[in-house]
Design a protein around this ligand. Sequence first.
Ligand code: ATP
Ligand code: MG
Length: 261
Amino acid sequence: MARIFCIANQKGGVGKTTTTVNLAAGLAKLGQRVLMVDLDPQGNATMGSGVDKRQLAASVYDVLLGSATVAQARTTSDKLSAAGCGYDILGANRDLAGAEVELVGVERRERRLKSALAEVEAEYDFILIDCPPSLSMLTLNGLSCAHGVIVPMQCEYFALEGLTDLVNTIRQVRANMNKDLAVIGLLRVMFDPRITLQQQVSDQLKAHFAEKVFNTVIPRNVRLAEAPSYGVPGVVFDPSSKGALAYVAFADEMVARIATL
Ligand code: ATP
Ligand code: MG
């Protein structure tokens, strides 16, 4: 059965999507069977995986509304398979922004994704869900089906503040919808060791959250930022870049981590 992880942080632009697609590619490279679910109407994870969000025959929106199954809506990218990093993609586009309103009044609307994924769970080792930068109904759909949350964060002054809201939401989801939900770990991303403040925040994180902080640190690396415009994760775009190597190391750490869960 797949282990399901949300990549979440309600703060925008912290590296959620970069983490989702590169972890997916890294895990695939290690031979893991991966489904990547884009739960953000921006569709960045879809585009960043080489799938044109404007051309989707069916998307996660159709799955949430019940007009398509995951098996019908998922797709793949040749560019990823050719690089030996192929994973399945349940894409998203702007349609998804309407789901929140359209699902008002629908029973168990926060659990739509959970029941849809249940049908394909056996086909994967990992299901990774890229969440939007909000604690919305979409994010709740992700959290209610996940075993764990991966929180990418930049080591900046305000990083810890946002974490409190996320931790409170996770606590509520655990109490009301998904008692198994856990924060698997905090992932330090866009890290620049030359900046003293980042070192200090990193030390604070380790002091507060101990083993919840992943060992792997993702450096700031321009190759990771360039990759999306080529429709591939950095792990595929430039496998020997520091950013790509760090994400493959993170994939390794995740594989080891789930063996202990
Ligand atoms: P949103 O909240 O809008 O969904 P996000 O949290 O998904 O954003 P990303 O889109 O992954 O964040 O990253 C934000 C920007 O930072 C992007 O331009 C991305 O290419 C860049 N970026 C992410 N990680 C790195 C990194 N390690 N090094 C350099 N640039 C990075
Ligand atoms: Mg994103």
